[in-house]
Design a protein around this ligand. Structure first.
Ligand code: NAD
Ligand code: UDP
Length: 317
């Protein structure tokens, strides 16, 4: 039995990861400051004697004894990471340094949850891991994009300088149950708006694209990466390469929910990437991983989740 720390373990992806690691017979410590995560996300795991939740902010050092660390703590939605931009940078820089320092002391394996945002508004399409990106260093998304880029640099330098066993995954847009109702990202916004028969807020003309990966596929890839050969450190893209324009995504959600919602066009936020699609050949070759959940099937489960959430009263986004 391994003892594993998941930072951000009470968040959307983190909670699914904790669940999977417990199912595999590990002991799991979840550390979270509950900024965007919630106890509700991990409530169903609380009875498990091998699961522990610690209220902790990773910008402070943490003393636990573990064999592996999955560093997932960081708000992921533009609305939330921009709410306190400096805190987002601190979480990525100070927080990641703290977790790497912990891994160094323990000789623990360390996996960093990076992001497709390191490619910025990409000039190369689809994005391969070899692409260095097109990121604005002083824009409203920079606290997250540059924060995550430095976190990758820190991770690789702990490997070079201290021989730490590291893994870096670049996560592309992931969705599924336990996204927060007020998360602000496109999947939760559109589903909640559709279920409430409110206007669907499409930013810009909706021609920008994203590629959506269901959370169970993503978690499967993350665990496969942690358990891969020590020599394969990444960065590796994890995402679903099926690309969808946002306007088509809005229409799909309206259709799938049978909603009376209309599309309302809003201004495109600054530096919003025009297109995004992962090249996942590296993950296929090195991890034998590719996503298996089709968009419609994943959305059915996600819509069911939000229907239950909204059942007890009208919650708007
Ligand atoms: P989320 O906001 O649901 O989860 C983040 C979790 O981290 C929350 O529980 C939050 O409370 C916690 N947290 C934030 N700052 C913290 C701090 N300083 N100390 C301790 N805990 C803190 O988002 P998510 O979608 O589950 O994303 C999880 C990770 O995956 C993030 O690192 C994110 O950057 C990365 N990621 C996610 C996506 C995606 O599409 N979901 C895409 C790329 C990367
Ligand atoms: N978006 C939108 N309406 C919303 C929320 C998001 O049109 O209510 C768009 C957003 O402008 C972006 C895409 O959907 O082009 C994905 O946004 P999200 O915030 O989910 O994640 P991102 O990939 O931009 O970090």
């Amino acid at each position: 039995m391994k003892k594993i720390l998941v930072t951000g373990g009470a968040g959307f992806i983190g909670s699914h990861l904790c669940e999977k690691l417990l199912e595999q017979g590990n002991e799991v410590v979840c550390a979270d400051n509950f900024f965007t995560g919630s106890k509700e996300n991990v409530m169903h795991l609380m009875d498990n004697p091998y699961f522990e939740v610690v209220r902790h902010d990773i910008i402070k050092s943490l003393l636990v004894e573990v064999d592996e660390i999955y560093n997932f703590a960081c708000p992921a939605s533009p609305v939330h990471y921009q709410y306190n931009a400096i805190k987002t940078i601190k979480t990525n820089v100070l927080g990641t340094t703290n977790m790497l320092g912990l891994a160094k002391r323990l000789k623990a394996k360390f996996l960093q949850a990076s992001t497709s945002e390191v490619y910025g508004d990409p000039k190369e399409h689809p994005q391969k891991e070899t692409y260095w990106g097109n990121v604005n260093p002083i824009g409203i998304r920079s606290c997250y994009d540059e924060g995550k880029r430095v976190a990758e640099t820190l991770t690789i330098d702990y490997h070079r300088q201290n021989g730490l066993k590291i893994k870096i995954i670049r996560i592309f847009n992931t969705y599924g149950p336990r996204m927060a109702v007020n998360d602000g990202r496109v999947v939760s916004n559109f589903i909640v708006q559709a279920l409430n028969n409110q206007d669907i807020t499409v930013y810009g003309d909706g021609s920008q694209t994203r590629s959506f990966c269901y959370v169970s596929d993503l978690v499967d890839g993350a665990v496969k990466m942690m358990n891969s050969e020590d020599t394969f450190i990444g960065p590796v893209n994890l995402g679903n390469p099926v690309e969808t324009p946002i306007i088509e995504f809005a229409e799909k959600i309206i259709k799938m929910t049978g909603s009376r919602s209309k599309i309302a066009y809003k201004p495109l936020p600054k530096d919003d990437p025009i297109q995004r699609k992962p090249d996942i050949n590296l993950a296929k070759e090195n991890l034998g991983w590719k996503p298996s959940v089709e968009l419609e099937s994943g959305l059915i489960k996600t819509i069911e989740y939000f229907e239950k959430k909204l059942k007890n009263g009208k919650i708007e986004v």
